[in-house]
Design a protein around this ligand. Structure first.
Ligand SMILES: [Zn+2]
Length: 328
């Protein structure tokens, strides 16, 4: 997915650069129409630039000297251009190179000696990936917007610290996970707890942060995941999607336990997927409303032991009252 976005963006940056050059030509002809001397000076400037490059090639030993002469000449032209532009009613920088981004001059990459992706390009990649519905990420739900006030601060019998304090701990664990991704002690997490306590919101926070850091997570419901696996089993649909389920660097399965069960097919397919991902130490986060005993009876011990594999998985218990109700 990311490669495709990068290819599309490279083409867009190329178009942008062509548009910049066209804009520069348009500005020049507009200024030259008002004062022909401006056109001549601009031509002379281009000629001097060429001369400077040629000189550096032809006589490297005199390059410094020539270059100093040319620089002085260029400076003289630049100041005359500014004066004439001003007199003709243009801004002094009217004939400066046109860029949307100063840092990379619209190449998308900048830096010496190592060229890196420019911030402007990172931003575009990020926006493109976020707006891609297939990633399933809700950009409005992120760590910055996460608000502990939706949780009750008062201690209860079940939670002596209070739900708010517990949720802050979970938030910190998840943020740390996202900030360290993909170098986590345990690549997997399992969010357990009743509906409405903010598991899906937390999944989005992690996804969002991981996206910002340049990785591509994929969040989808267990039902959607099963329908992709089923399609692939019956050789229908897009085989690419099933491959992504196996290979996505961070797969987030929301609402495990709400998908329709199809005899042994569901269990076998979930088992195979988790097994394969765990063997590759791929990162997976699942959320479920089911209790461990319910998961065990629904998916059998084989799947259960993959989900709760302590060597690979950190289990987070989301407890307490429905935050959506509190918010309302
Ligand atoms: Zn840039």
């Amino acid at each position: 997915m990311k490669e495709q976005v990068l290819r599309e963006l490279a083409a867009e940056y190329e178009i942008q650069r062509a548009a910049n050059r066209a804009e520069e030509r348009r500005r020049l002809s507009e200024a030259a129409a008002r004062d022909p001397a401006i056109g001549e000076l601009a031509e002379r400037r281009v000629e001097l630039f060429r001369k400077r490059v040629r000189a550096a090639f032809d006589s490297p030993e005199r390059a410094m000297e020539i270059s100093a002469e040319l620089r002085a000449e260029l400076a003289r032209i630049a100041s005359e251009l500014r004066a004439r532009l001003k007199a003709a009613g243009f801004a002094e920088d009217w004939l400066q190179p046109v860029y949307r981004c100063e840092a990379c001059q619209d190449h998308g990459y900048a830096g010496e000696p190592i060229r890196e992706m420019c911030e402007c390009m990172k931003q575009r990649v990020y926006q493109r990936l976020c707006s891609d519905e297939s990633l399933g990420v809700n950009a409005d739900e992120n760590f910055a917007a996460w608000d502990e006030r939706v949780y009750d601060g008062a201690p209860t019998d079940k939670s002596p610290r209070g739900q708010r304090a517990e949720m802050i701990i979970l938030r910190d664990i998840c943020r740390e996970y996202a900030d360290s991704f993909p170098n986590n002690d345990k690549p997997c997490m399992l969010f357990c707890g009743p509906s409405g306590v903010g598991k899906t919101y937390m999944l989005n926070c992690v996804a969002q942060r991981v996206l910002e850091r340049g990785y591509t997570p994929w969040k989808l419901t267990a039902s959607r995941m099963m329908s992709i696996l089923r399609d692939s089993y019956f050789e229908r649909g897009d085989p690419e999607r099933a491959r992504l389920l196996r290979e996505s660097p961070l797969l987030m399965i929301d609402d495990l336990g709400t998908e329709p069960m199809q005899e042994n097919l569901t269990i076998t397919q979930i088992f195979t997927l988790l097994n394969e991902r765990n063997a590759r130490r791929a990162h997976t986060i699942a959320s479920t409303n089911l209790l461990p005993a319910e998961l065990m009876s629904r998916y059998t011990e084989r799947v259960f032991s993959r989900l709760f594999d302590k060597r690979l998985t950190r289990v987070l218990s989301f407890r307490g009252a429905d935050a959506r109700r509190i918010r309302a």
